[in-house]
Design a protein. Sequence first.
Lengths: 115, 116
Amino acid sequence: GAGVSQSPSNKVTEKGKDVELRCDPISGHTALYWYRQSLGQGLEFLIYFQGNSAPDKSGLPSDRFSAERTGGSVSTLTIQRTQQEDSAVYLCASSPTRPGPETQYFGPGTRLLVL
Amino acid sequence: AQSVTQLDSQVPVFEEAPVELRCNYSSSVSVYLFWYVQYPNQGLQLLLKYLSGSTLVKGINGFEAEFNKSQTSFHLRKPSVHISDTAEYFCAVTLLIKAAGNKLTFGGGTRVLVKP
């Protein structure tokens, strides 16, 4: 079946502009995660969704970052007033929710470059 | 808070030779452990995971890892590597906290370069 998809695959933007990154999880997966992969910070957790709610937003680096999920499916990560330090690969992962830690399935990522 | 340390940032290895990637973790509570692989320009793919039970875990592509609680380690091994194993490997941990899901804490990654 289809895996996790993300769009766009690449995004180049100018400093100060807003960007939206999209994630389509695997159908039926109730849990959705956003991570960021950058040269300086490695792979770091941003936010976790269970259904449409976000019980853990602890990884969002500033109030310029926000995310939503609608219909228990698609999620959008928005970065307002982008800065050069936001340049990174943004990865989305989804998993089913069952007792115990489930495997997270990752998308290919969106590579963001802020000029 | 938990943390993960991958002791080697790069590991060059010849084809058909064995490889070991080291991973140590720190946590005040029990964790679950994972190894993921990332091929160039791709997302992460699960190699194997340890949840409980036997401390020797076998994964895909001939990889295995051993959980050592006393040494807080979860080293990854493969007895004979192929060129196609060239990739970056990430060790990760998660706590089972229902309200927080299973967010992963990753190590810094180990880049494996298999030489012919």
